[in-house]
Design a protein around this ligand. Structure first.
Ligand code: ATP
Length: 421
């Protein structure tokens, strides 16, 4: 551990908007008034050096972060919530969200379990963090504003663009760090340092991922899906053998990479209705799996019901679905949400998905269920007839209202004759 005595207040002033600078000053003063010391920590400091905007502020407090978060929230009249068990709280300001955590030491009772925490100081809080480049803090208290705390290689690793764990048991202790490593490496153009990579591969081979809940893994996949180019994350996961460990047979080839790009581009068609980007990524990632494998993946990594059903319905489309008429196709597509449609659109029949979304989906009939019921039909038969009429209209068989009415008359007459027999 190393307290470099460097002061980066002027770097902060240069690189963040003045309002953000003032916010940190104010929070530092507020902590001081409460007899506490505050430091901004982790990704915010890393990105300050990299000159990358980072709107997420994490603050470490020597003192009670749950009570302090509440004070800040009250001052800014913002939202607030806390997790007293972890000594942390969150203030949701208009301009940003600030996470507060009590500076702490952590002990892991068993690999993959959540840690037991004891209060500590800002510099002693650094080694428990995931990577050296994320193990930096900048004091924001009035008397030491800008003072930098780092681990011995935090800055040199950042310069050399290396991602290094803080100690050899890191991945075993918290296997989500394996996925975090890949995410940071790909986002920031770093290289996982060779010893760290061998630790990661060893932890993966020893089954570290299976010591954490599927939900935590999925949470990391969601974050990765929100990266600018998630395909880089999935490719590297595949290189490291992590996808196959997550589910034997799961892979990510260069074709999959191109496919994911097309899928994400296809989201544009749906505008604000495109749905969650991570759902789209998950459907694209798992599209080659057999029904059994897909079921296992979905259950293990806790797909929510909506995603589970979409994956299932995609799989149920018949081979050669693109040869169906617009009417029949629209009936099938009617069960699919935009994330699933985006996946279909990335195949070679993107024009069909576009036509469905822009035209066929919006087809309306002049006839209503009420008007059919007035002519003696029950609710179910009326629904069935409306679906049939819609299909015919989409297929161009009912060009106008008159044709629609004639078709209804014909069918009701036919029905009447059948009844008499
Ligand atoms: P991002 O830029 O994606 O927000 P970040 O570095 O700010 O990344 P967060 O997930 O917001 O990451 O976490 C904030 C900080 O908390 C990290 O920089 C790191 O110091 C620490 N941290 C987060 N998750 C872990 C973990 N699983 N193990 C150890 N330290 C962690």
């Amino acid at each position: 551990m190393n307290n470099t005595m460097k002061n980066i207040a002027s770097l902060l002033l240069d690189r963040v908007p003045e309002s953000r600078y003032r916010l940190l000053r104010t929070i530092g003063r507020l902590a001081d008034k409460e007899g506490m010391t505050a430091a901004v920590v982790g990704g915010f400091v890393r990105d300050l050096f990299l000159d990358r905007p980072n709107d997420d502020i994490d603050i470490t407090i020597e003192g009670d972060a749950v009570a302090f978060g509440k004070k800040v929230a009250r001052k800014y009249r913002s939202g607030y919530y806390s997790t007293p068990r972890f000594g942390s709280s969150t203030a949701v300001l208009h301009t940003t969200t600030i996470d507060f955590a009590t500076a702490r030491d952590e002990a892991y009772r068993k690999p993959g379990a959540l840690p037991v925490v004891t209060p500590s100081t800002i510099d002693k809080d650094l080694p428990r963090r995931d990577f050296t480049i994320n193990s930096m803090a900048m004091d924001i208290s009035p008397k030491n504003f800008g003072k930098l705390y780092t681990l011995p290689t935090s800055l040199s690793d950042l310069d050399a663009k290396l991602l290094r764990v803080n100690h050899d048991a890191s991945f075993e202790e918290d296997p989500t760090r394996m996925l975090r490593a890949v995410r940071f490496e790909q986002r920031l153009g770093l290289t996982i340092e060779p010893h760290t990579e061998s630790l990661l591969r060893a932890a993966a081979t020893h089954g570290a991922l299976s010591t954490i809940s599927g939900e935590r893994v999925m949470n990391e996949l969601k974050l990765a899906s929100d990266e600018q180019d998630p395909s880089r994350f999935f490719s590297r996961m595949d290189d490291l053998g992590l996808l196959d460990i997550m589910l034997p047979g799961l892979g990510f080839t260069s074709n999959d990479k191109a496919f994911l790009h097309r899928t994400l581009d296809a989201r544009e068609l749906f505008g604000k209705q495109a749905g969650d980007r991570w759902m789209t990524c998950m459907l694209a990632l798992t599209r080659h799996l057999s029904a059994d494998q897909a079921e296992t993946f979905s259950r293990t990594y806790r797909f929510p019901g909506l995603l589970h059903r979409q994956a299932h319905r995609l799989r149920q489309l018949p081979d050669g679905w693109w040869e169906l008429t617009p009417g029949a196709l629209s009936l099938r597509f009617g069960h699919l949400q935009p994330p699933a449609l985006a996946v279909l659109s990335a195949g070679s029949h993107s024009d069909l998905v576009r036509d469905y979304w822009q035209k066929w989906r919006k087809t309306r009939l002049a006839t209503t269920a009420e008007s059919l019921k007035e002519r003696g039909m029950g609710t179910r038969s009326a629904g069935r007839l409306l679906r049939k009429l819609l299909e015919m209209k989409r297929d161009g068989l009912l060009p106008d209202e008159q044709a629609e009415r004639a078709e209804i008359d014909r069918r009701l007459k036919h029905r009447g004759r059948r009844r008499k027999k």
